[in-house]
Design a protein around this ligand. Sequence first.
Ligand code: KG4
Ligand code: ZN
Length: 338
Amino acid sequence: MLVLGIETSCDETSVAIYESEEDGQGVLAHEIYSQQAVHAPYGGVVPELASRDHIRKLTPMIRTVLQQVDRARCDAVAYTAGPGLVGALLVGAAVGRSLAWAWQVPAVAVHHLEGHLLAPLLESPAPAYPFLALLVSGGHTLLVRVGGFGDYHILGQSLDDAAGEAFDKTAKLLGLSYPGGPALEALARRGDARRFDFPRPMTDRPGLDFSFSGLKTHVLHTLQRSAGDDRDRADIAAGFQQAVVDTLCIKCRRALRQTGLRRLVVAGGVGANRALRTALQRLAAAEGAELFFPRPEYCTDNAAMIAHAGALRLARGETEPPAFGVRARWPLEAISAR
Ligand code: KG4
Ligand code: ZN
């Protein structure tokens, strides 16, 4: 069965075709278009511009992936129904639902975070259940116990800024363009992480929640007290990145020990950060845990993960009626394997 996946929750338009049969070949076609250039002049995502750009790009991209697999249609459609920007979600949902109706095939609404959580299963070797997932994206920072498909228990989350949001806001303070995560990582590579002292927020008390907004303020004060030259900015970037990486590692170690889980999966855009990857590799080795990373293309927003999660839901007989809805907010634990 070929599943067309559609992702339009934020500032990436993405479509994929995933072959779901046991002996299927997995992802057969995958296109990602980033709206970075559209939003960069504004220093952040402008929701209305995001919706309009999805409208422009989505249908031609669907045509492209169909051509790549030499098919006129797919056997099912999976689209991201939330959480995300409502206008942006509506574009993918409306196009996805309409295509399914025109093709007379089932459609399934996918939770964006379930897509991220299960993305590591697209890789080989795939982690077996149960596993601990660290989901670090622009909108979310979550530690989740994934007991099985549809069995998600949130162990900890950010009380304010998400990790990626902290990267983006700090990058902006350092004069880097949007989205700041990759640019900040590049700047940090030239810096000395030990020159400035940064806190490791909420690591001195029990619990698995995070708070990153104070780090951003700390960056601002450090920047104001320094000359703000190239050297200073690189050192501040390195210090900030190290503080985020250490904080995430401390909480992952705590979660592994508390749950007794021996598999750690990293998902979401910040999972592309190399300093984080290296630190988590060291942590996993020390804790005797196995570490799983999706390739960077499956870490940031993408339709392969949506087609994949949708295929798993379809395999359980789940489909949506022709009417559809989207949700800007959607608690992960509200969904289950129906
Ligand atoms: O998962 P994602 O593509 O979108 C959301 O669902 O939010 O994550 C995007 C976030 C952005 O905040 C971006 O700055 C961050 O991931 N990011 C990074 C890196 N690559 C992307 N943060 C740090 N280092 C990176 N290399
Ligand atoms: Zn995402």
